[in-house]
Design a protein around this ligand. Structure first.
Ligand code: ATP
Ligand code: MG
Length: 418
């Protein structure tokens, strides 16, 4: 037996309704903020992620699905959505178009990680990107979109943690302070963090190793190093969120795993999801476009992990009930009645009524059993007498009462009651 690759998951028809709920909610909330969907390729030139995501990140260093195609080019399955959108934005000259540019995506992403609950090799994201607006209102808009999305899913125990990691200028001073702090502890830190110490000391704050976390707990805080502009921006974001009724706490330890962030960073964290509690993360990335070779355009966005949302929805008991069955099952008692059922079904479907007929040559009793099991709302029974009368015996599966309904009135009858 060939098995599914490690870290991947099938979504069976009996489970997909929960995904539809997330996707429908995402599309609705995005539309209400005038974000339009964007679709970019599953794979890109490796270079895009190396430059866009950043070569000091875990994603680029350890987690990418990179391979040579038959033409000898190095391509990579997208580990996230932001870099591809940035490339498309530049490549189609949208920097010269209507601003702000607002786009959302629903995608699969790929990272070579150690699979565990909430951590997969193929996973799915809902993400939003806003380009062109530098002020705090854009951050607040994107964050309240994210907040509205999680609330619309019914989640209650998710909290927003907010931080600012400043700009290039103030971060340089902060890096110096971090290095001074970490230097005497270098021996207690993991191999990765020793590299981070040289390349990007702030990333040490994001390390999940016990020893490194202990050291990082006493490290200086970025918030104390913010320049006046970054401080004003951060204050602005907080004021707007308060006005919008979006609850948050400032958490100085949030630095996010990607290189492209500046100023605002945030995570929505669930206590219900165990170790993989971050269901949504994002921030501002004003330098990303330059990093991938374009001009400088301010940007802010987020991505939510759909598998983690499902976990949290399950834990908080807000998974939707399974989708219902067809509006009408047409049961035939004999061959002639089955044929009529088949024709009637075509009429009903043309009228927009979902229906099913027997395809398994089952007895009427077995057809009823199937209709009941699959959640059909009504069952229309056809036999010799019904064909003569031109009417079906329509049984309401919710309250077991039955009525005679003329064939030509059947669609209407069902529509009015479903
Ligand atoms: P983590 O710190 O948990 O590894 P991350 O910082 O790598 O997360 P992002 O790159 O910000 O995550 O991705 C945004 C969201 O996508 C995460 O908050 C999470 O919900 C989800 N996500 C990231 N990696 C995975 C994965 N391997 N499997 C499932 N979901 C994931
Ligand atoms: Mg990660």
């Amino acid at each position: 037996m060939i098995q599914i690759p490690k870290g991947c998951k099938d979504v069976l028809p009996s489970q997909v309704y929960a995904w539809h709920k997330i996707e429908d909610t995402a599309r609705k909330i995005a539309a209400s903020y005038a974000f339009k969907e964007i679709r970019t390729p599953v794979f890109e030139h490796t270079e895009l992620f190396a430059r866009g995501v950043g070569d000091t990140t875990d994603i680029v260093n350890k987690e990418m699905y990179t391979f040579l195609d038959k033409g000898g080019r190095s391509v990579t399955l997208r580990p996230e959505g932001t870099a591809g959108v940035a490339r498309a934005f530049l490549e189609h000259g949208l920097t010269g178009g209507v601003m702000p540019f607002k786009a959302y995506y629903l995608i699969s992403a790929f990272r070579y990680e150690r699979p565990q609950a909430g951590r997969l090799r193929e996973f799915h994201q809902f993400g939003c990107e806003l380009y062109g607006a530098a002020g705090p209102a854009a951050d607040a808009e994107v964050i309240s979109l994210a907040d509205g999305f999680l609330k619309a899913l019914g989640l209650k125990e998710v909290s927003l943690e907010l931080n600012s990691i400043g700009c290039k200028q103030c971060r340089a001073r902060y890096h110096a302070a971090l290095k001074a702090y970490f230097a005497p502890h270098i021996g207690e830190m993991c191999a990765d963090c020793r590299v981070r110490f040289e390349k990007n000391p702030m990333r040490i704050l994001d390390c999940k190793e016990e020893g490194c976390r202990a050291v990082a707990a006493g490290a200086p805080r970025m918030l104390e190093y913010l320049c006046d502009d970054c401080r004003a921006h951060f204050d602005g974001v907080q004021a707007l969120l308060k006005e919008a009724g979006v609850a948050f706490t400032v958490d100085p330890s949030i630095v996010r795993g990607l290189d492209y962030y500046s100023r605002t960073v945030f995570e929505f964290v669930s206590a219900a999801a165990g170790a993989q509690g971050t269901v949504l993360g994002g921030g501002r990335y004003d330098t990303l476009l330059e990093q991938v070779g374009g001009k400088s355009v301010p940007a802010v966005g987020f991505a939510a992990g759909m598998e983690r949302l499902l976990m949290v929805m399950e834990a908080e008991n807000c998974l939707p009930r399974q989708e219902e069955g067809v509006a009408c099952y047409l049961a035939g008692m004999d061959e002639a009645a089955r044929q009529k059922a088949f024709l009637l079904a075509a009429d009903l479907r043309r009228a927009g009524v979902s229906c099913e007929v027997d395809l398994m040559d089952r007895s009427v009793k077995a057809q009823f059993k199937y209709a009941d099991k699959t959640g059909a709302r009504f069952v229309a029974v056809l036999g010799e007498r019904e064909l003569e009368e031109g009417a079906a015996e329509v049984k309401d599966m919710k309250n077991s009462c039955a009525e005679r309904v003329k064939f030509q009135e059947l669609a209407n009858y069902i529509q009015r009651r479903t």
